[in-house]
Design a binder for this molecule. Structure first.
Ligand SMILES: [Zn+2]
Length: 333
């Protein structure tokens, strides 16, 4: 079997190679690249690209991916795992969801919405790093973009049925999501950007698992990510062994991403039901209280459905100004 080559890195069969995929140059001449670990198996097989910390607050995806890399024996592996451990190094450095709007990038880009394949090669530094990730996707047979919600949330995996170009890609994506082991939620009508959009547009099955407690390297949640990545590698024929069930069993149903709930008053948001609780149309999801202790708004469900997380305001604080999107919702078909 030939060496696996990517962006100037070369991994022999059975070898683990660590480095960077490409780089951009900052004002002071320092270079920023996208860190990667290639775990190259001893037999041919799929090329699975996994990205984490595309949103710089969601660092427990990086924790889960590093645990997986450390636990994966290339001597037992068919194909290779391309672990892009920090998808947006600018956002990761400063604990920010987007790239900073101040130095060193100044562009405030959401890496999830960045075109990757084709990339915006004339764009700002974050957009150029998105193109570096796109180069890795070009050699992938499968991809996973690990994200995470602030606590409290349910663990789930977003898939995109309407973005699959054919039945084979659809079936493979659904097989990956089932193997990962979280509740599966379809998310129709999204753009062909970011890791998943770019992959599916080119016929590469892909999905977005969402862990819980983005900022924190808590054992339970990083373990659930490691279980998910490893289960997926088993399902697509990279590793032998049985699928390991997740600690939180998946909800059963044909779910789809709906909308967000918005506060129309400013104040403290009191969450009325844990995420994943079935709520009827008109049920109150969040009570808003002002800083004088008066209840000023009941934020109600506009349809039967569920909230997967309560995102709150800046830094996920549960005090928000009016007009804040405070919860993500999903429904059953
Ligand atoms: Zn995210």
């Amino acid at each position: 079997m030939a060496n696996f080559e990517l962006a100037g890195l070369s991994a022999a069969p059975g070898e683990v190679v660590k480095g960077h995929l490409g780089h951009v140059t900052l004002a002071d001449g320092n270079k920023v690249g996208v860190p990667v670990v290639i775990v190259n198996g001893v037999e041919d097989g799929p090329t699975l690209v996994v990205t984490a910390s595309i949103h710089g607050t969601e660092i427990n995806g990086t924790g889960a991916l590093l645990k997986t890399v450390r636990a994966t024996d290339p001597q037992q592996l068919k194909g290779r795992l391309v672990a892009i451990t920090v998808g947006n190094p600018f956002a990761f450095q400063v604990g920010s969801y987007f790239s900073p709007v101040i130095a060193p990038t100044g562009d405030g880009i959401n890496m999830s919405s960045a075109p990757m394949w084709p990339a915006d090669s004339g764009g700002t530094v974050t957009l150029r790093l998105a193109g570096v990730i796109g180069e890795a996707l070009k050699v992938a047979t499968h991809s996973i973009d690990v994200h995470s919600n602030p606590p409290d949330a349910i663990p789930f995996t977003l898939i995109r049925r309407d973005a699959c170009p054919d039945e084979n890609v659809l079936n493979e994506m659904e097989k990956m999501a089932e193997a990962w082991g979280f509740t599966v939620i379809d998310s129709p009508g999204r753009s062909a950007t970011g890791v998943v959009g770019s992959s599916l547009a080119h016929g590469i099955p892909s999905m977005t698992p969402e862990l819980i407690a983005d900022f924190f390297l808590w054992e339970d949640n990083t373990n659930s990510g490691q279980i998910g990545i490893t289960n997926t590698m088993k399902a697509i024929g990279m590793l032998e062994g049985d699928i390991v069930p997740q600690a939180t069993p998946p909800m059963q149903g044909d779910f789809y991403m709906a909308d967000r709930l918005t506060s129309h008053k400013g104040g403290l948001m009191w969450i009325k039901h844990p995420p994943g609780t079935f709520l009827r149309e008109g049920d109150t999801a969040v009570d808003m209280m002002d800083v004088w202790g008066d209840l000023i708004e009941e934020v109600k469900m506009p349809y039967d459905g569920y909230c997967w997380s309560f995102t709150g305001g800046v830094g996920y604080t549960q005090v928000v100004p009016e007009g804040t999107q405070i919860a993500f919702t999903f429904r059953e078909r």
